[in-house]
Design a protein around this ligand. Structure first.
Ligand code: APR
Length: 249
């Protein structure tokens, strides 16, 4: 694909890069985006109605089963060329932080060295009452849907992800915000820019003077503010950017 004029020059002049990714980053690997229509058994639910502490309190089995279905899909997918391009891009900058809203570990599988998971990880489980980690062996040895928690008599295992209405781990958001306020370039890739506080990161970077590069086939609330808004898929845009960088350095 053709890149907008000035983009590679802006990247060549950058030392510190922050990358924020969302569900669209995983779409080309085959993980449905969060706001895609649900299919099959789940078509009658909205994700926003399942990914909440209230939904889990009301009906833990439905929520657990939905996450089991998502875990099954995630186990079957592999990173795509866009994930690999982000790994290679690390070499081109003195500081490169990848912050993701995705819970599927695809960046880590691709080989990204430093990934901040804003919304946790779907493969992990935690106690619904204490928040303590529950290891995978316990989950497979206890057949409940969800299994009981080993940490509290009334606790249940729940997915180790951040639900709507829950706060992000403080250290995680602090690190992401520090990177946003000091980066030269901030990429926003495959996110609808609707969910806070993640959506505020590129705006924080913009206020601090960073160049914003958005990659999304569909315009978002960030598009008008971004210096470079690439209406393309993550794989196409990132492979083109990596090729441009490799030619120039
Ligand atoms: N490449 C780049 N972007 C894409 C692609 C693609 N191949 N396919 C789709 N997109 C874009 C869509 O246009 C949309 O703007 O990805 C975005 C996905 O948006 P959402 O499904 O809203 O996902 P996200 O922004 O990550 O949601 C944020 O919401 O519910 C929470 O915890 C959940 O982490 C998630 C958060």
């Amino acid at each position: 694909m053709d890149l907008p004029g000035g983009l590679i020059t802006a990247l060549k002049n950058a030392d510190k890069v922050l990358v924020l990714t969302g569900a669209g980053m995983s779409a080309e690997s085959g993980v449905p985006t969060f706001r895609d229509a649900q299919t099959g058994l789940w078509a009658k639910y909205r994700p926003e109605d399942l990914a909440t502490p209230e939904a889990f309190a009301r009906n833990p089995q439905t929520v657990w089963d939905w996450y089991e279905d998502r875990r099954k899909k995630v186990r079957e997918v592999r990173p795509h060329a866009g994930h690999s391009a982000l790994v290679e891009m690390e070499q081109h900058f003195s500081s490169f932080l990848l912050v993701t809203q995705n819970v599927d570990s695809l960046h880590q599988q691709a080989g990204s060295s430093d990934v901040v998971e804003l919304h946790g990880n779907i493969m992990r489980s935690i106690c619904s009452l204490t928040g303590k980690a529950i290891d995978a062996d316990w989950i497979s040895a206890h057949p409940g849907r969800p299994p009981a928690s080993p940490h509290h008599a009334r606790g249940l295992a729940r997915p180790g992800v951040v639900w709507f209405g829950e706060a992000l781990p403080e250290h995680v958001m602090k690190r992401a915000l520090a990177a946003a306020s000091s980066c030269d370039v901030c990429f926003s890739i495959g996110t609808s820019s609707l969910v806070q506080p993640a959506a505020s990161l590129p705006f924080a970077a913009l206020s601090a003077g960073a160049v914003i590069v958005e990659i999304n086939p569909v315009p978002t609330s960030l598009s008008a503010a971004a210096q470079f808004s690439l209406q393309a898929t993550a794989a196409d845009a990132l492979t083109a950017i990596l090729a441009g960088l490799s030619r120039c350095r």
